[in-house]
Write a protein of this length. Structure first.
Length: 293
């Protein structure tokens, strides 16, 4: 689904020098603006989506003044390339250009839903809501120039290139670290002993996962993950191994046919027993029995 940025503005003393250039990538619209500015150019802006504003080039010795509330305080800074501001969604901002004749800047309009899906970070929502006015960041500046170059290119590269640039910029802007895999909790020694003893005693019949989960006092999903974290195998695999040990015991103590052994140990038929036995032991029951005798 295409993302459409939503922003309203009122500007005075600012006019386009070149046609607006823009590109769309996953979760972002990138605009490159080239404008001529009167000595006291100003504007008011509010966007329903988060926005990053990066100055690319300028002429004139003046300052760039920004405020989230012009009645309280302005943040003034010499208008230099690579000054940037991040504005959260729905937050009005006022700007005043003092003695700046020309300005080229990059606007990145961000789709919040895409950011949250791409970065499974529980803190991303908090970071999206914090404004940052007139700051500098060399990595973001370098990425912004590459993004702007792609916006104005007459021979744009594959969309994956722009996706990579914008995703890298977001990671740096919001300082998104690598998500560590949560360690699965293991069963306690008491729980593991109770469950494995139960499996050994009842391995010749179908054991429902709920039976084992109830023994451990856990939900089925939590128990299944905890059992594998404790033993390295799933409960069903543990039961199959216990059943095969019963098969080996019978094969070593009698001359019973494989058909009878399969029936006695809960397998559907001899072929089923042979498949499971070979997978777990490495040889067929007949070979195993012959080697033991």
């Amino acid at each position: 689904m295409t993302f459409h940025p939503r922003m309203t503005s009122r500007v005075e003393g600012i006019s386009l020098v070149e046609e607006l250039k823009w590109r769309s990538w996953t979760g972002v619209i990138a605009d490159v603006w080239s404008v001529r500015c009167d000595p006291d150019a100003n504007g008011e802006y509010v966007s329903e989506d988060p926005r990053l504003f990066v100055i690319l080039d300028k002429s004139g010795p003046g300052n760039f003044n920004l405020s989230l509330d012009p009645a309280i305080r302005w943040v003034s800074q010499a208008c230099t390339p690579h000054s940037m501001s991040y504005i959260p969604a729905g937050l009005p901002i006022w700007g005043h250009l003092e003695n700046v004749q020309y300005l080229r800047h990059l606007d990145l309009h961000l789709d919040v839903g895409t950011l949250r899906r791409r970065f499974a970070d529980e803190f991303i929502g908090d970071r999206l809501s914090i404004p940052r006015i007139m700051f500098s960041n060399d990595k973001i500046a370098s990425l912004s120039r590459l993004i702007a170059d792609e916006c104005v290119s007459e021979r744009p590269l594959h969309a994956l290139y722009g996706d990579g640039l914008t995703m890298a910029l977001f990671v740096e802007l919001f300082q998104i670290g690598e998500i560590k895999k949560r360690q699965r909790s293991q069963l306690s020694p008491r729980q593991l002993r109770a469950v494995t003893t139960y499996i050994e005693e009842h391995c010749l019949r179908n054991i429902r996962l709920q039976e084992l989960a109830d023994l451990a006092g856990l939900s089925q999903s939590y128990f299944s993950h905890a059992f594998k974290a404790s033993t390295g195998v799933a409960p069903h695999q543990w039961q199959m191994s216990a059943r095969i040990r019963k098969v080996q015991l019978l094969l070593s103590k009698s001359n019973a046919s494989l058909t009878n052994v399969a029936s006695a140990t809960g397998f559907s038929d001899q072929a089923h027993l042979t498949r499971v036995f070979k997978r777990l032991v490495g040889v067929t029951p007949a070979v195993w029995q012959r080697e033991r005798s």
